[in-house]
Design a protein. Sequence first.
Lengths: 402, 727
Amino acid sequence: MNEFVETLLELTWHEPKSSYDVVIIGGGGHGLATAYYLATRHGITNVAVIEADYIGSGNSGRNTTIIRANYGIPESIRFYNHSVDLYRNLEAETGCRIMHANKGLIWMAHTESGMRAERSRVQLNNACGVETVLVDPIEIKRLCPQVDLTGGGRYPVLGASFHVPGSTARHDRVVWAYAQGAMHRGVHVLQGTSVTGLLRDGDRVVGVKTSRGDISAGIVMSAVGGDVSTIAAHAGLRLPVRTHPLQAFVTNGYAQGLGPIVSSTDLLCYVSQTARGQMLIGHEFERESSYSRQSSFQFLQSCSLKMAYLLPFVRNLKILRQWTGRCDISADFSPIMGFTGVEGLVITTGWGTWGFKGIPAGGEQMAELIATGRTPDLIAPFALSRFAADHPMADQGSTGTR
Amino acid sequence: MRIVVDEQPIEYAEGDSVAVAIVRADQHPQHGGALCLAGDCGNCCAEIDGVAFTRTCLTAARPGLRVNRHPAVGAPPLHPDPPVNPVASPNHVASTVQRERADVVVIGAGESGTAAASAARAEGRAVTVLAGELGHDVVGVYPGPLVIVRLADGDMLHVHAHDVVIATGAAELHPVCDGNMLRGIFTAGAAEKLSATGVDLGMVATVELEQLRSIEGSDGHVTGVVTADGTSTPCHSLIVTSRHTSPRDLLARMVSDPHVHAAGAAGAHFELPPCPTTGVVCACSKVTVDDLQMVWDKGFQHLELIKRASLCGTGTCQGGACMPHLRAFVTAKSGQAAAPFTGRPASRQLTIGEAAADMHLDPFRRTALHDEHIALGARMDRFGGWWRPWNYGDYLDEYWAVREGVSLGDVSTLGKMIVSGPDVVEALERIYPTTIHDIRPGRSRYVLLLNERGHLIDDGMVCRETSVDGTDRFVLTFTSGGASFAEAWIRDWIESWGLDVHVLDRTLALSAINVTGPLASELLRRVGLDEPPRFLQHVHADVAGVPCHVLRLSFTGEASFELHHPRIHSVELWQALMAAGSDLGVRPHGLQALFALRLEKGHVIVGMDTEMDSTPRRLNMDWAVKLDKPNFIGRTALLRTADLDDRRRLFGMTMDGPAPVEGAPIWVDGQIVGHVTSSFHSPGLGKTVMLGWQKHTPFADTVTIDDRPALVTHPPFYDAEGARARA
């Protein structure tokens, strides 16, 4: 037995009913977390989570598992910091070992303008109560001795912001922790069930059409990743969202040795070592929008080169596999959470490359919104209506994309 | 001839793979597990010359080759700093990539592969055959199709093909039963290879996998085997045969492309082996049948969920050895045939160094004056895709040279474009939010470049030339970082409008030197420019014998002349200016001083002070937008948002004392309302000047930054009337 099969909790499956108080489309982290918090915080358990494939099969099982709150605008810092807090307590709360590990996150800068951005990040993070400190090259070397401060002679490291709460957790375990917590309290999770349309009563959404029949609902939430535009279109809703592929890869597992999460603001790639010892390496999303999950060799080539510049020791590590997810990128690179303007339909989307870190806070806040019918303050800035009102939450520089 | 295993020399025979040599010494490349010697499983992986997870069965033995077995418990160590260019091993960094094109790539030289290759050749198609026995280790098949291969000598081979035929055949099954991680277990194929090379396996028992109950052993080595009928047979080595095989279909499963075909056994339907009941299913991740049963009982009743919950199939061999057993387990439990999970590249492991072989990133550009800057002691920094001087030692010296004397700045990186043609005025009226038609020849105007959303994407100057033959001609400038985007942007719009405009991008052909400071005119007179242009005018003239387009403007706040000139004359012009101004104290200035100087004038830098969605209104630059023009890019969006409540504005601010860090939060009544985008403690003004955002209304007149009060104001902070720029 390997150490990763020991403490799994039990999943309980149900046959679908014809009606629920709440139907959540999408059995990924956000959908299941919302169901979990509806059940645990609000006592709402007549809930179904509908998943086209298997739970966590989308981006929840394809991300690079990084948890951080070092954003560049107060609204985002506060939201993600709340998520960092919820993650920290998730093992204790759910009893499920999610392998949460606080490692710290180094965001290295290689130019004066890069340093300027990191100084700014440090200022704003601290003002919002988030511990991010500016570190010089000597301190970087102390935090991560493997870093080549010359950046392969090409990307000299001038300094970094070090985000102290930066953490990782095993993505599947997070999905399962929420799934079992919700299931245990009576939530139905329906795998292998595709949503093919929305049931309408006039303008109002009153349920979903699925591959296993119609299911009516008091309220429908879309927590879909990748195909969100299709779901929204069933409600006549056009979203300011583009979908782009995002690739990542892992090496084989090695003895633990890379302490912090290491990231470059210039090269837009990052690495952490998983509990299994694998180097988990990611990159910015692909420029061309696409629903494709095909991996490319070009990605592997360029990401490998960049990693070898920053951390020369990785050159000898054997690549195990690469994969691709689909990211919904909103017009301002921030998530969209809340009411849609269509009665009976709420949405959580625009999770781009930052969805995993937002799972606990996103689920908790959406559950509160559904339970109370009011938008909680923490997510009010992320309402869909911000685009029509021209109050965007632009913070591209904090997303690890360009 | 000897290799070295865990620091112990081991004899090997000519032609041995490392795995065969180790077995010849009655050892195991790991600590147990069946060996197939065919590259299908991960049971023979070891660290070879510092590279762990290397298949010893695919590595030829050579004298002195160092093998370190992976630890029995835990993972192989990380080596902090591997050598850059190891001579001894081809496994570190492949230096060369060979590239080929083929009509058809056939992977596999067995019966099906040979047949496929012959058939394709008969159709007159160019065929490349890739096979392990030919020294090809096929790493992956990617969309294209593109086939990535590692060659025996360590080079990489990338083959672009019209069609790919995957004819990799079938693999032998590994036994799954109690005792299957002992040493001394071989597949029939492995046993055949060993026998052919004269390896003595001692007392051998041969058992069919379907008849296997358990394997007995002591000290980690096989001592006997028990078959389904309960018969126990002592042996030193166990050979496992099987009626079943497993398709080698990982390559076929990793790409969905109509031009990628599986042929022969690799694509055939296979009968699954019996459901395993005991033993290790996945040796790479050490997953037992009991583990599978446990996760199944916990509700993980889906092949992908079982994989993720147990990690079965996620190790080195990517399911190569365990997939048929895992599928047999799920099929037996669920009663439904379980398809294999998605194949992921890379199918054969390559190192990060090998993946990166022959990869290059875009070069950083250097101006023609790069060496001059270095000689003058500049600290270079990358900005906007170029190497540029950050400072030449002390940026305040440079600041004062601009304010009180004369200074040179290398602005060669600015985007420079000539546009002309019958429709050029119409095109520019549509591209820019400013009025263009009333710019007189010889004059220039500052312009914003907006996208369709009304967001600022660049800024620059529009200079109208004297018309030649009645044809209008303009010179446009753009920011350094925005130049290449702007060229595509302008060409695409003109193309889509169908306007008759000729666009000539001169960014890389022309260098530019900014001569700035109160003594700039004097310096230019000394080098032959007797009548320097007036503010916002531009002329063509020889300067120090170099033909220049001279633009009079001001970013620094002082009289400034941009000398645009052919790149080949840059060094001579720079040196002439430096020489002619030596008694005027001329010195160059870098970006650090420039950022301070422009901040005193309140000039924004796109991307530093602006955000991705900064409208002119948010930047207090409505004056540069003429909404009453009939049509320009971004007009529709600006009209839509003109009446909306706007909560964001970029303001100037001043305060006493040292400059806050750029990025410092701006507070009002204990709330963060925004942040400082640029700050500078001006020695000339005796106070700190700043730009920064307020993102909450009503906008405050006084704010708190660094626990100190700051006064909100409108720039410029320096020479508000612009007398010095016009002087």
